[in-house]
Design a protein around this ligand. Sequence first.
Ligand code: ADP
Length: 396
Amino acid sequence: MSKTFAINAGSSSLKYQLYNMPEETVIAKGVVERIGMDNSIFTIKFDNQKEEKVLDIPTHKVAVELLLNALKEHEIIKDLTEITGVGHRVVAGGELFKESTLLNDEVIKQIDDLGEFAPLHNKAEAEVMRVMREELPEATMIAVFDTSFHANMPAKNYLYSLPYEYYTDFAARKYGAHGTSHNYVARRAAEMLGRNVEDMKIITCHLGNGASITAVEGGKSVDTSMGFTPLAGLQMGTRCGDIDASILPYLMKKLGLTDINDMVNILNKKSGTLGVSGLSSDMRDVEIAAEEGNERAQLALDMFNSRVIKYIGQYVAVMNGVDAIVFTAGIGENSPETRQAVMEGLTWFGAEIDTDRNKTRDEAIISTDSSKIAILNIPTDEEVEIARDVERLKNK
Ligand code: ADP
């Protein structure tokens, strides 16, 4: 039996799940938070037990060492050689990486260099890869890119209407994100409907703190709402989504800002549901406030739902049809209210949500039997998809 890690490193965090493969059973999982800050938090869950420690974890290297030691201490593994595979989630693959790729020194350097596209993520991811290769030299190690599912969209959908040379010279294009999740739920939807994903048109709505919608035709992403970076598309927890670029110089003048990065920081961190509601980036808080009559909270919800409806409508047109609409991620999976409100805006297409079936957080078909479009709720599982990719490349 081989053990495989799915690793998701962020600028100050490291999430992990350890699987027995090919059974796909999770034997340990957890997260290291606040890396590089005071009072870092290390958690591990295994065998119905949970350990949480608060200590200073100055670097990702220390986080990895702590994790590997914890696995041995709790006798989850006896020896590091039992871990035969590691899949690392990478946020930006740029134009270079259009599929999951085996790691070597050069690939890690290229991922590091792509930091220009995802400053908060790729550098940390490359560092974790280097440390893990030192600790687990025998393991098959791969990178799984958030962007690769979208890498083969048609040019008419990934290009911006800018001077063409900006694409050829600077790789300025739409890259999208959440690819592993969109891919997983699209395939799972086809399985649940007893159909072949290759014959289907599916719209996948990944609605979490970060949110994106993808048009999946024949199992491939043909268009997606996030752009050059995850700032574009829907209204998100703290990100504004689509916006007219001309508003930036106007607002900078009004706000007395001279550095464009300060403005972009506002669009990324102070906008979206947080900015509109003035309350919280968390949909749960905003839903409660709206119920209590807070008008701006209600407005934030209406704006969020409206963007989702518009993107779904757009993608029905992009594919000239749709067989299934899938909801996933924090809000998509857990908020029947959001799913109901969104689908009520799409009845003209013949989509009919079943109010009773919609009262769920689990995997389910939530449309009525007479609905022309299947509607599904599918908890996403990016980690298992990463572990599967490790197996696939290992056996190649
Ligand atoms: P990310 O991975 O992008 O950080 P998640 O997919 O974990 O985000 O989603 C987190 C978000 O899901 C939270 O910010 C919250 O808004 C939303 N969420 C979680 N549970 C619920 C719920 N019961 N109702 C509404 N929204 C929820």
